[in-house]
Design a protein around this ligand. Structure first.
Ligand code: ACM
Length: 676
């Protein structure tokens, strides 16, 4: 080993070649970007001699993390590695130094910071707690890439910590059942991008998804047999804890609760019988806030679930009660009159106050959707804002803690860029005082599952959620959208290595659609369409939980990289003529093989007009280029004809949007003027 003088000289040499760069410019593909990074010029080789050592505080979670790190590195590089953790730090390629134990039950106060120094000799990861070490391990794995000499990590110095303490992903396991493997692989994905809260939406009109031993008819009659046993819940909680992730269960009350009433109709505000809801939407059934037996029931159930889920927070839902059952129940109306309640809001306030008291009695703090915020609720509740940033600002001003979900609804199929620019501390919250801002704990992406199945759910979560995770972790100044997309593409591939299926589902679903034919031509079309945005699918058809989600709209990715790339080529038209022409020609000619495949296929017939319009749009684009190259404006009649095509092609069909309409329109507009 080096003596201390040589070491000091080495450190100086490294520092001399080190430049501190803005996050966007460091040239590394880290996601989320660390708080502070300086990049040197050397490399630490990663080869078959790679060893990890643990130093300082030890616990099984760290041993397991080291073993997983080795397995992942081996998988990622294809290099066989010894899975033995090295006992002598001097012999290790990576030393993980942890100072002390973390919290027994991870909370919003857990220290997640770490520092990572990579020199050509060794990488040293230092963290106060195991959770910080877990975060640093993910950064280390993201640093490893192939260069001209093999696999290596660049020499860097990183000091990192999260901007927000609450960085979540909600998965709705109710509208569509999400088996254990879906949850586990998404926990892996969350850990990879440093998310730390898994919000498990466990009860809905369409299903009660966790085993209750106290009220077994909840799952026996309300789940079609699709529920997590308590043993499985514990397995998920342990799996999440191993990855530094808290698990928060949501039991949505008093609305969104039809599935509870199948087994326990006496909880509802109208007589049963009830059946599991199969449709999507907001429905009438709601618990009866005036019935004491409801609170007796909830006391026992919350007690059981509070013991099962260790996190200090317990989510009681509270959203979207339409009040119809309350309005039409004379005894509820009489109760409201007797108790001076003037509105259904007053009645819901009464209900949530009672439920919050039960949550508190069982040792937990309440989190709920916006609707739980009303005068007098205890200040230790967390408000999850789904309706807008305004309600988050209102909550913070009144002294409540809040997290933002509005803007992070990944089920709505918006592009990563749209989510990325939403900041919990900008917009309506920007005017808050520092003290009020400190009450905004972070945010959560929400994966509602009306239109996703275990087959394609990963593709609706990833990679876009990695961009949201960066918003929650990285400094506020990390905002460059082009940099985000460049790194997101790399992170997307890494996530697939980790076991997520957001890439591999795509050829599989396309092959199913193509039947016994090759899916190659179909992929060409699928690559440039996206599902309709927002809640448009719900208006297009009568969907249920029994519908087959096997159409092109279910295979299509939420965001077309091909269309975005094409749009950027068109933006710099004069320098990209050859590429644009090649691309347009390929789209124009794709139909010769594709349409004959689609016409006799029950799943694809509805998409034929889209294929035909893509071909027509490509022809238009080629003609526009010819006019542009001629230097003369395109004839008015031609322009008018293309406008009609563009308007038609911009309309959704088969719940899909053609994403090259905008850049083609741009080419037509330039051609109409005879100049770019
Ligand atoms: C919600 O989206 N209703 C919370």
């Amino acid at each position: 080993m080096y003596n201390s003088k040589v070491k000091a000289l080495l450190v100086m040499a490294i520092m001399a070649t080190t430049t501190i760069l803005k996050a966007e410019e460091n040239g590394l593909n880290l996601m989320p970007q660390p708080a502070e990074i300086s990049v040197g010029q050397g490399r630490l080789a990663i080869d078959g001699t790679f060893r990890v050592a643990l130093a300082g505080y030890q616990e099984p979670r760290l041993q397991d993390a080291a073993t997983r790190l080795i397995e992942r590195l081996s998988r990622q590089t294809g290099i066989p590695l010894s899975d033995q953790v090295e006992t002598d730090p001097a012999k290790a390629t990576l030393v993980i130094q942890c100072d002390h134990a973390g919290e027994i039950i991870q909370s919003i106060n857990e220290d997640e910071s770490y520092s990572l120094e990579v020199t050509p000799q060794q990488a040293r990861l230092a963290a106060p707690t195991p959770v910080g070490a877990l975060r640093g391990i993910e950064t280390f794995l993201q640093l490893v890439h192939v260069d001209s000499q093999g696999f290596a990590a660049p020499t860097v110095r990183i000091n990192d910590r999260p901007r927000f303490a609450w960085r979540g992903l909600m998965i709705d396991a109710c509208r569509h059942w999400m088996p254990m493997d879906v949850i586990k692989r998404n926990l892996d994905g969350m850990a990879a991008v440093k998310l730390n809260v898994f919000h498990w939406h466990l009860s809905e009109n369409q299903g009660f998804r966790v085993e209750s031993k106290v009220f077994p008819k909840l799952q026996e009659m309300g789940s079609d047999g699709h529920y997590y046993t308590q043993r499985q819940v514990k397995e998920i909680i342990a799996y999440a804890r191993d990855r530094g992730i808290r698990v928060i269960p949501e039991f949505d009350m008093p609305g969104h609760s039809t599935a509870w009433f199948v087994g326990y109709p006496e909880l509802a505000s109208a007589p049963g019988p009830y059946t599991i809801e199969r449709h999507w939407g907001v429905f009438d059934p709601a618990m009866d806030p005036t019935n004491e037996k409801v609170y007796t029931f909830l006391d026992k159930l919350i007690g059981e679930m509070a013991a099962l889920f260790p996190d200090e927070y317990f989510h009681i839902g509270g959203d979207e009660v339409n009040g119809k059952q309350w309005n039409s129940n004379p005894s509820i109306q009489a109760y409201m009159r007797e108790h001076g309640m003037k509105s259904n809001d007053d009645l819901q306030t009464y209900f949530s106050t009672r439920v919050q008291a039960l949550v508190k009695k069982h040792g937990k703090k309440t989190i709920g959707w916006d609707e739980v915020l009303h005068p007098g609720v205890p200040k230790d509740i967390v408000v999850q804002s789904w309706r807008g940033q305004e309600s988050l600002a209102v909550a913070a001003r009144q002294g409540y803690m809040g997290i933002l979900s509005n803007g992070y609804y990944i089920d709505l199929m918006h592009p990563a860029s749209q989510h990325y620019v939403v900041d919990p501390l900008e917009g309506a919250t920007a005017g808050l005082t520092a003290e009020e801002k400190a009450r905004i704990l972070g945010g959560e992406a929400t994966m509602w599952s009306e239109y996703v199945t275990p087959e394609n759910v990963d593709s609706r979560i990833w990679p876009r959620t990695a961009a949201i995770a960066e918003r929650f972790w990285s400094p506020e100044s990390v905002k460059d959208v082009d940099s985000m997309y460049r790194r997101l593409a790399v992170e997307s591939r890494r996530l697939e290595w980790l076991g997520l299926t957001h890439r591999s589902y795509y050829p599989m679903m396309l092959e199913r659609l193509a039947g016994e034919q090759s899916a190659q031509n179909l992929k060409f079309l699928a690559d440039i369409v996206e599902p309709v945005k927002g809640y448009a699918r719900g208006r297009a058809r009568d969907y249920t939980s029994l519908t087959a989600y096997n159409r092109l709209v279910d295979a299509a990715r939420p965001e077309s990289d091909a269309a975005r790339t094409f749009a950027s080529l068109v933006d710099d038209w004069a320098n990209n003529k050859t590429q644009i022409k090649r691309q347009l020609t390929a789209w124009r000619d794709n139909n010769a093989d594709l349409v004959p495949l689609m016409q006799p296929n029950a799943l694809l017939q509805e998409d034929v007009p889209l294929a035909q319009d893509v071909s027509a749009l490509a022809t238009t684009g080629l003609e526009a280029l010819d006019y542009l190259e001629s230097g003369k404006p395109a004839p008015q009649a031609w322009v008018a004809e293309q406008s009609a095509l563009l308007d038609r092609a911009a309309q959704p069909r088969a719940e899909l949007l053609i994403m090259i309409v905008t850049p083609i329109r741009k080419l037509v507009e330039m051609a109409a003027q005879g100049k770019p």
